[in-house]
Design a protein around this ligand. Structure first.
Ligand SMILES: *Cc1c(COP(=O)(O)O)cnc(C)c1O
Length: 238
């Protein structure tokens, strides 16, 4: 059986797991949005996913996303929701705002300024999530938890930017096994929920292929699933 044929089955299986976990957690399955992370996936898998009726997609690079959704699958664009889940450089802000419905990775004032400039020019902006570096990992993007409240306040009062959600990528599972045996992503999800609550923010993008079920327990409203839906990614050619 080809990989392409298995994509609807993967999608059904993930939706079933979301529904089952939501029920266990006393939540409505409809309150959890599945973002299909299409980065580095071949066109035939994207086509198969579109055919299932999946309409929310996540990408982590602006240029790759422009090629896929602004070009190859431009015809499928109306009715889709495209979410940027990777770091955004300020010089790509205009392009990102033109393509994406949601930017999940606002994490610094310089980017806020670039977004405001874009809004002045075009009169519109994508919806925004703030990325939080819950593990305080030096190599990872996102604002550190201790600075989040002040950052949100600055966004609201100085820039008239009103993020609707928070997003996090907890340390890779291997990191727990290697350095913190017994620790799970749970504490990171719990922290993101706490930070959102105390800032009056209702949406939480957390949980990926390996950990979306615990993320649902902790209140995820958006889960980002790539390999468990599409299969293994093909690394980019440079
Ligand atoms: C690639 C990526 C995902 C999806 O990862 P999988 O483990 O394949 O589900 C989710 N979130 C972000 C930010 C990503 O870059």
């Amino acid at each position: 059986m080809s990989v392409t044929l298995s994509i609807p089955e993967h999608q059904t299986a993930i939706l079933d797991r979301i529904a089952a976990r939501a029920k266990l957690a006393g939540r409505k399955p409809d309150d959890i949005c599945l973002t299909a992370v299409s980065k580095q996936q071949p066109d035939e898998r994207i086509e198969a996913m579109l055919a299932t009726g999946q309409r929310v997609f996540g990408e982590n690079r602006v240029q790759e996303a422009q090629h896929r959704w602004g070009d190859t699958f431009a015809n499928a664009r109306p009715g889709l929701e495209l979410r940027l889940i990777g770091p955004l450089q300020t010089n790509k802000t205009v392009d990102a705002c033109a393509l994406f419905d949601v930017i999940e990775t606002l994490d610094r004032e310089k980017l806020a300024k670039a977004l405001v400039k874009t809004r002045e020019k075009t009169g519109t902006l994508p919806r925004l999530f703030v990325q939080v570096n819950t593990g305080e990992e030096p190599q990872k993007a996102g604002i550190i938890p201790a600075q989040l409240d002040a950052f949100i306040n600055t966004l609201r009062t100085q820039y008239d930017l009103h993020p609707e959600g928070l997003m996090c990528i907890p340390p890779a599972f291997e990191a727990y096994v290697g350095q913190h045996p017994g620790q799970a992503p749970g504490p990171h999800f719990a922290l993101l929920k706490k930070l959102a609550d105390r800032n009056g923010i209702s949406k939480l993008s957390m949980g990926m292929s390996a950990d979306f079920e615990p993320a649902i327990d902790f209140g995820a409203t958006h889960i980002r699933v790539g390999s468990a839906l599409f299969g293994t990614r093909t690394p980019r050619k440079i």
